[in-house]
Design a binder for this molecule. Structure first.
Ligand code: NDP
Length: 296
């Protein structure tokens, strides 16, 4: 029997725990605050920030949203960043990527106060993560580590193949898993679009993490018997449904499930974990900024 890893259930437990921490903060007069900044009106980005704001409301985090016109100058965005850095009600914030082409996202990241960088993308936080001393672990890889813990999936000594080397998923995932730590200690192979014989790399792995954004690239023939398969991919594929699209992962679910010991579905696998870990990082930021210890 293949275990279907239920990201909604694990995320819900994490959110319940956070509510306890949020109550402790409230006892000290503190409400964690998370701001989202959206530059332009990309529909997928709008959906993402709406979900983040809804999540905040549900757990008792003060959600603040800032819309900036798509043709805004970089300086306009930098002014907003300065305001958010100075705003003591905002414990964490993020600028939703992608940003319009006149704006350099790396420069945006550099200007965010690293203590409020709940995405964990500021260069200082990237450095700390690589050094094994992360202030904020990026939400998707952190969420995947929580799934491993919830389902007793050992990473120690495991061969892990990650398909994708992005700054937000592949690279931090690889770094976390190779750390000398109880939730690391894996031997990691990172693949990308120039990798030769991808199937050999995935077939040789105890754990495959697909994060390439290519729908159903990984099928059952690329998975070894008994492997764990984590599907990070989310692509919108148009269909005739009322919504007009369905969400499809990077893994061909049925054929991979036939081989895997455990697998995440799309949706309902990694996605809810990413959202939960953003709330987690916000509560952590509030606890540290306000010097109110909470259990996380
Ligand atoms: P990016 O587009 O930034 O990176 C994709 C990576 O996949 C690149 O490293 C690229 O290689 C590699 N790649 C592309 N095609 C292939 C291929 N044919 N074979 C091997 N590697 C390939 O993607 P993200 O990391 O931002 O996102 C990946 C997917 O995960 C997307 O579907 C995204 O929507 C989803 N996502 C889901 C989240 C969740 O919470 N579930 C959170 C974040 C992302 P190269 O570097 O050579 O170009």
């Amino acid at each position: 029997m293949t275990t279907i890893i239920d990201g909604n259930a694990v995320a819900s437990e994490i959110r319940d725990d956070l509510e306890g921490a949020i109550e402790t903060l409230a006892d000290h007069g503190v409400t964690p605050g998370l701001a989202t900044v959206l530059v332009g009106d990309d529909p997928a980005s709008q959906t993402y920030v709406n979900m983040k704001q809804r999540d905040c409301e549900e757990v008792g985090i003060n959600g603040i949203h800032v819309d900036i016109a798509g043709d805004a100058s970089p300086e306009e965005l930098y002014d907003t960043i300065e305001d958010l850095n100075a705003d003591s009600d905002v414990h964490g914030y993020l600028v939703q990527d992608p940003v319009p082409e006149q704006i350099d996202y790396r420069e945006v990241l550099r200007r965010i106060d690293p203590h409020k960088d709940v995405d964990g993308f500021h260069p200082e936080n990237v450095g700390r993560l690589v050094a094994g001393n992360a202030q904020f672990k990026p939400c998707t890889p952190h969420g995947i580590q929580k799934l491993f813990a919830a389902y007793d999936i050992e990473t120690e000594g495991a061969d892990v193949t990650i398909v994708g080397r992005s700054d937000i998923v592949g690279k931090p995932m690889a770094n976390l898993l190779m750390q000398k730590s109880a939730d690391g200690n894996a031997t990691v192979t990172v693949c990308h679009s120039r990798t030769e014989d991808l199937a050999a790399k995935t077939r040789g792995a105890d754990i495959v993490i697909a994060a390439c954004g290519v729908t159903e690239l990984i099928d059952g023939s690329m998975i070894s018997e008994g492997a764990t398969v984590i599907d990070v991919g989310i692509s919108r594929v148009e269909d005739d449904s009322e919504k007009g699209y369905e969400l499809v992962g990077d893994v061909e679910f049925e054929s991979a499930k036939a081989k895997a010991a455990a697998i995440t579905p799309v949706p309902g696998g990694v996605g809810p974990m990413t959202r939960a870990m953003l709330l987690y990082n916000t509560v952590k930021a509030a606890s540290e900024y306000e010097d109110v210890p909470v259990e996380l």
